[in-house]
Design a protein around this ligand. Sequence first.
Ligand code: ATP
Ligand code: MG
Length: 599
Amino acid sequence: MLGARLLRRHGQQAWARGAGRRYSARIPESDRLSRMLLPTRKAAKGQQPGDGSPAQTTTDMLVKAGYVCQSSAGIYTLMPLAQRVVDKIEAIIDVEMRRVGGQKLAMPTLLSPENWRRTGRLDSTGEELFSFKDRRGSTVLLGPTHEEEVTAIVRDMVRSYRQYPLRLYQTTRKFRDEARPRAGLLRGREFIMKDMYSFDVTREQAIASFDALEAAYRRCFDRIGVPYAVADADSGNIGGSLSKEFHFVSGAGEDTLLACGGCGYTANEERAHSTAGAQCGGVGVYSVGVRAGGRAVARGRVVVAAEHEPSALKLRQALPVAARERLEIALVGTHGAGQGAELGRALAGDGPWFLDACAARRLPADSAPAAAAAATGDWHVARAGDVCGACGRGRLEARRAVEVGHIFYLGDKYSRALDLTTLHQGQRTHVQMGCYGIGVSRILQAVAECCGGGGRGLRWPLSIAPYRAVVVPLDGADRAGEVYAALAETRVAGVPALRGQVAVDDRDYLSAGFRLHDAQMLGIPVTVVMGRRFADESVVEVQLRVPMLALPAEVAGVAVEHDGHECRALVRIERLGEFLGLALAGHARQLGAAADELP
Ligand code: ATP
Ligand code: MG
């Protein structure tokens, strides 16, 4: 038991009995902050919301606002408010996955390594794979992804080609022993992912599945309402040839996208194509080899323009490099204009060689015979400032971004390794697959990164906010039920968009200052403060913290103040619904109630 003094001291975290007793029975217990495990913390001394303190990371904000708490490196508990955000993200995804025929299942977290051995990923995944021994001494894997498992299930369960196309998905925890877990939920070692797998009989049908899923992903991200970019991507370890990444543009991201200001072409820098760099004149010659078990084997040479670097990824696609081999690229020499003879000698060395098209234009005339024998292509890493490879006119610009989704056409990589075939038109063929991931817990933090306002607290889009509105009754608490009801009845574009989405901060054991500070940190889109003017004139202060909200200086005849992060307006309670309905009308797409849209 906590003594009375201790209870007072820890009041903000304690489960204060009887708090909110004055509140109307119209407000269900589940919508009262006094009944919620919401361990908000005061800002550090000298730090106030509003001072834009740069020391505050998004993870700090999520912890201080009571959304998450860290258990160990890269491992977090989602507190009740964060779980509400996750539930909303999942609800949006569920609607869109079902719309394209997705069937939800739940595969095990504990996986047998046998299928992983057959696909070669037991070795190639390396130290990222969590594994342990069971009591019989057998190895057990903690699932980092489920291509192997789902392929084996379909192989054992599907009898006829008529059962395809098949689209199966789940939303589960994944485990990856990341070398550098970072930024809270952005790169966790345990995280939530939605993963879908498609199975088709022909390549054409598999590409149609890929296209359907790309459209479904676009709808998911449109609904979330945070601007996103779709990039051509490297398909990495999962294999295959067609893949796209969905990104939120944010300085917190670990990826760099190159985007053309002219035609809109966007690609991960690892894979982007450019036709020319900023002209420097010279070229660089590099040796290319592979190393396995301490032994190095030369594989040729690559020549790129001096301002570029050779791309290991593009070379790996052209050279056979086994999972256990490492590609090694080393600079042999750089050659300026007029050093033709020297360059000719360098190129006479180990072949075959790869000539980058940007470099080819700079080779001196006397290297023409060697150039004719080279594999000319795109072998460089594109950079900001390069000429776009898609339109040949615009320049590429770099942007940091967080990958939140990734879709792949896999072909028969897994069906071949695990023997998933079907008999179609008299022929036995391997089933064509695709896989499609969305980082659910990563989205929570990425949205907080993109939409939050520096040290000024979080700001959730209406689509995934834990609640859409919160009432803060500082004066006239016994009338909080009236405000709660007015919000529940508010219609935006004809829909009661806030119903079931309104919380009341009835923690009247906390000071007014503390509760106002919390309202700012929590980032719930609509905050309605019942202050002094409420008792006399029934006027509330409406605070809107809605990302991408553009409001005129007057809405429904009410003056609105806007400071770039939030809007404030004084509104009479009987006009509250009309005011909010108009203010939020532009965000109707984000408000679409997921459950109502089920086909
Ligand atoms: P990254 O390059 O960021 O490591 P990945 O290519 O390994 O991502 P996928 O295997 O394609 O990721 O997983 C699908 C999605 O799962 C990713 O788009 C991302 O949103 C999410 N994800 C991947 N790894 C993590 C992680 N460690 N923590 C949180 N989310 C993750
Ligand atoms: Mg990864």
